[in-house]
Design a protein around this ligand. Structure first.
Ligand SMILES: Cc1cc2nc3c(=O)[nH]c(=O)nc-3n(C[C@H](O)[C@H](O)[C@H](O)COP(=O)(O)OP(=O)(O)OC[C@H]3O[C@@H](n4cnc5c(N)ncnc54)[C@H](O)[C@@H]3O)c2cc1C
Length: 436
């Protein structure tokens, strides 16, 4: 049975990380070394976003500890919502947080598509066309807190920004943080998002700007929001918007617009609000109402990017015992609402394979990472391409093409089942301790 070898000078008196949930623990983290500036750790996850925290929770469920490094001082508390489809919910259930999240967010019943003048082009009900579908918009802040609460209190090391990474002569990976401290690790799971320094070290180029940006926000209705339980899309020429109820008092919205360049970063809330309102000023009034109801700190503007993982051209998702997960590996545009759903999928697939290598000894860690890559590539590459193409069609500016979209494509040709077919996803169960 292959297992991780603990550093010889590991000492349980030196800040060990313990799991609250399972007694089986095959990995440890400690400050130990002749050099007090160097910590040893068996498994380090870089990034406490959706991918990093879901991976840490999934590993914990199979009895494997990890240390999560996060550059920020705390979990990301701002931001808006993420729409999760049935594939995301399946993973959230598998890692034990589905029920807790479901109780806080409304289940969406269908989709309505409107033109910018408010005309309804099409309406779908999930129960008619895909009864197994489950759609809810989840506040990112609550998602991250819920995941983090599953972990031991010292499992996340905040203010720990990775500066660079190298492989030592012994084969361990050395992570150097901006405060110049170092961590010597057996395994690194890089969940450090779009601008991942680990992906850069592995030879990946920066994600590519796709020609449109999105404003997002979260409308707040303290006395109750009045919207039906549907995602409403509004299509214009080179601009589109959507809104969806999140909870009894909150409604998530976005406005996506074409722009030849990502433009400067705007942080002034009044400018963000003005820009958004200008784009949709003559659109259905409820959209403007939701934007006006959004607190300043929820409105953000994001240039949309992706990276196509061309076979034979893109670097591998792993290098030795270092592997990429989520946006760090496969950034995709949000046109299918799948970036975070796929990051969750990555987390359970990787965990299962890593647990087989560490606990069952049926493969090496390197083989487990290669197997993870080939299984996940076949899933995420087509979704990344599809999301990009959907964005290109929906952001079209040409009046004739927009008219065909609004009068033929959407009302007559689109089928909900095939439109959401990519949300069908199965994975092997995480719980396999009987087999050990
Ligand atoms: C406009 C928009 C709408 C979206 N809507 C949806 C949706 O509806 N549904 C959906 O499934 N997906 C959606 N997504 C995609 C989703 O947001 C991402 O796919 C998801 O957040 C990826 O999670 P991640 O953990 O890989 O990366 P992130 O969430 O970016 O987390 C990365 C973490 O790593 C940390 N980090 C970065 N660098 C370092 C470092 N050097 N050292 C230490 N820590 C570091 C960061 O601080 C951060 O906490 C949307 C994206 C956009 C842009």
């Amino acid at each position: 049975m292959a297992t991780l070898v603990l550093p010889q000078n590991w000492s349980s008196t030196l800040r060990p990380v313990k799991t609250r949930v399972r007694s089986t623990t095959v990995c440890s983290v400690s400050i130990a070394n002749a050099n007090p500036n160097v910590r040893n750790a068996d498994i380090v996850i870089v990034g406490a976003g959706v991918a990093g925290l879901a991976t840490a929770v999934a590993l914990q469920r199979v009895g494997i500890e990890s240390l999560v490094l996060e550059q920020a001082e705390s979990l990301r508390t701002g931001g808006t919502s993420l729409t999760f489809f049935k594939n995301g919910w399946k993973v959230l259930d598998a890692i034990g947080v589905g029920a807790q999240l479901r109780s806080q967010f409304l289940e969406i019943q269908g989709i309505v598509v409107k033109s910018e003048d408010g005309r309804e082009l099409r309406s779908f009900k999930f129960e008619d066309e895909d009864p197994s579908q489950e759609v809810r918009a989840v506040e990112r802040r609550i998602l991250l807190e819920t995941l983090a609460n599953q972990l031991p209190s010292n499992a996340i090391s905040f203010s720990s920004k990775l500066k660079d990474i190298e492989t030592s002569e012994s084969g361990d990976t050395i992570l150097r943080l901006v405060d110049d401290s170092q961590i010597s690790c057996k395994i690194v799971i890089a969940c450090d998002g779009l601008r991942s320094p680990v992906a850069k070290w592995m030879g990946f180029p920066d994600p590519r700007y796709v020609g449109h940006c999105a404003f997002r926000g979260l409308g707040y209705y303290p006395n109750g929001q009045p919207f039906e339980l549907k995602v409403t899309y509004v299509y214009g020429k080179g601009v589109r918007a959507a809104y969806v109820p999140v909870s009894p008092t909150k409604v998530y919205w976005f406005v996506c617009f074409n722009s030849p360049s990502p433009g400067p970063k705007i942080t002034d809330p009044s400018m963000l609000r003005q820009e958004t309102e200008r784009l949709v000023k003559n659109w259905p009034p409820e959209l403007l109402n939701i934007i006006k109801s959004s607190p300043d700190d929820t409105i953000i503007r994001t240039p949309l990017v992706d990276r196509w993982l061309w076979p034979g051209i893109s670097p591998s998702a792993s290098k030795g015992k270092v592997v990429l997960v989520g946006d760090a590996w496969h950034p995709m545009t949000p046109n299918l609402g799948q970036g975070a759903c796929c990051a969750l999928e990555d987390a359970v697939v990787l965990t299962r394979k890593l647990a087989e290598a560490i606990k069952l000894g049926t493969s090496t860690v390197e083989d487990a990472f290669r197997s993870y890559e080939s299984e996940r590539w076949a899933r995420v590459f087509p979704i990344t391409v599809r999301a990009n193409l959907v964005g290109a069609v929906l952001q079209v500016e040409n009046s004739v093409v927009c008219s065909l979209r609004d009068n033929v494509l959407v009302p007559k040709l689109v089928k909900l089942g095939s439109m959401l077919e990519h949300t069908n996803f199965d994975f092997e169960p995480l719980q396999f301790e009987d087999a050990i």
